[in-house]
Design a protein around this ligand. Structure first.
Ligand code: FAS
Ligand code: PHB
Length: 396
């Protein structure tokens, strides 16, 4: 069997890459271990940067996003008994973010690929990649029908997330990894209750961090900091709401509660593996880098990687290897900016277990500065809405 580009993983990175390649007349096959239903229901990110919205819209994926996405012009930072607004529009000359869940991005991408006759093989097993240092790399997998396949490709894209098989396929010693695990995790809930806020609230509290996000005018998404080894069984809904009430408490404001539809615990880490390419294997998204979700960057970085990768593959297949040679460095510049911003937001807002009062005072001073200095607030706004700004669709 043969295709031009073999793509491992039907998450946002793999699916958008397949779509952007198809727009350039390049054929691909996406292989995915999970079912379509699982991929479409997996609760993850919720916020799209300005540039991500433009990228999706300019590549023909903007209809539902425009109709259902919630445009936000800022966020609230809550600390020390006060809640202060950071006005993105004012601070960045009009840039915003859009609340549109990753589940919806994935649904739109799968629908678009299947409508265009794209090949997505769900529920595959035993994926493997080989001959990566040749111009005919091979993507092997067993299909849902139990038949083993060896797909000869021109290029393979490793979009298989943090636990995938592509990054480990690099030769030993080639990749350098920079990693930091945080001494806390996020417990996230999806609740059937209208949001108690118009825009996201990031709350610093002595008990721990909390975030009030949302999915629609009737569905709220909330997170609270827990210990990294916590298990969800220790967190009945009542206990979750009790902690959220305490961490968001503010005179004259109340947090509405409702049925919890989904809950889970996510570990927090910063992780960058470089380079993002070996021979004809290119990594994109979580396969190459992970950021703590405090900066709302993970999904956006995945989309930004493939916005660079699609034109690079196109050029490579036309005989110009320049953009492909530059791929890793081009992406890593943005990855490190987002990694720093995500680390900065995380360490400013989370209670560090065992930290002394000095740490808490330093955090509060930073929060007071960011909400009182226009220069400091503009830096947060610029990074949160996406820096540097993404070019148009796929490098146009
Ligand atoms: P993904 O992990 O989304 O997709 C990889 C795909 O590859 C998966 O579907 C997987 O099943 C498949 N796969 C893996 N191994 C395979 C194999 N061997 N063969 C075939 N397929 C294989 N980001 C935010 O911005 N905000 C958040 O709040 C946020 N919350 C998160 C919560 C959780 C629990 C997790 C894990 C991540 C969260 N993220 C968040 C980050 C997340 O949104 C990622 O950045 C985003 O999913 C990255 O997309 P991909 O790179 O496509 O990777
Ligand atoms: C979400 O809505 O899931 C979300 C929003 C902002 C974040 C993280 C998660 O920083």
């Amino acid at each position: 069997m043969r295709t031009q580009v073999g793509i491992v993983g039907a998450g946002p990175a793999g699916l958008l890459l397949s779509h952007l390649l198809a727009l350039r007349g390049i054929e691909s096959v996406v292989v995915e271990t999970r079912s379509r239903a699982y991929c479409e229901a997996r609760q993850r990110a919720g916020v799209l940067e300005d540039g991500s919205v433009r990228l999706l819209s300019e590549s023909g994926l903007g209809d539902r996003l425009a109709a259902e996405g919630l445009v936000h012009g800022g966020i609230y930072l809550q600390f020390d008994g006060q809640r202060r607004h950071i006005d993105f529009r004012d601070l960045t000359g009009g840039r915003t973010v859009t609340v549109y869940a990753q589940t919806e991005v994935v649904k739109d991408l799968i629908a678009a690929r299947l409508a265009a006759g794209g090949a997505i093989e769900f529920e595959v097993t035993d994926t493997a990649v080989s001959r990566l240092d040749t111009d005919r790399p091979v993507l092997s997998y067993t299909g849902a029908d139990g038949i083993r396949r060896d797909l000869e490709c021109d290029v393979i894209a490793g979009c298989d997330g943090f636990h995938g098989i592509c990054r480990p396929a690099f030769p030993p010693g080639l990749a350098s990894v920079r990693e930091r695990e945080y001494p806390y995790a996020w417990l996230g809930i999806l609740a059937d209750v209208p949001p108690s806020t118009d825009e996201l609230i990031y709350a610093h509290h002595r008990d721990g961090f909390a975030l009030h996000s949302l999915r629609s005018p009737t569905i709220s998404r909330l997170y609270l900091q827990v210990d990294p080894d916590e298990s969800i069984e220790n967190w009945p809904d009542e206990r979750i709401w009790e902690h959220l009430q305490r961490r968001f408490a503010l005179p004259g404001w109340s947090l509405r509660e409702g049925p919890v539809l989904d809950k889970g615990i996510t570990p927090m880490r910063s992780f960058v593996s470089a380079p993002m390419r070996y021979g004809r294997l290119f990594l994109a998204g979580d396969a190459a880098h992970i950021v703590p979700p405090t900066g709302a960057k993970g999904l956006n970085l995945a989309l930004a990687d493939v916005a660079v990768l699609a034109p690079a593959i196109d050029a490579l297949l036309r005989g110009d290897g320049g953009p492909a040679d530059a791929y890793s460095d081009t992406c890593l510049a943005r990855v490190w900016r987002s990694t720093h911003f995500s680390w900065w937001m995380t360490t400013m807002l989370h209670r560090e277990p065992g930290a002394d009062e000095m740490t808490a005072q330093l955090q509060l001073s930073q929060l007071r500065y960011v909400t009182s200095s226009r220069a400091a607030a503009a830096s947060l706004a610029e990074n949160y809405t996406g820096y540097p700004e993404l070019p148009g669709a796929a490098g146009t």
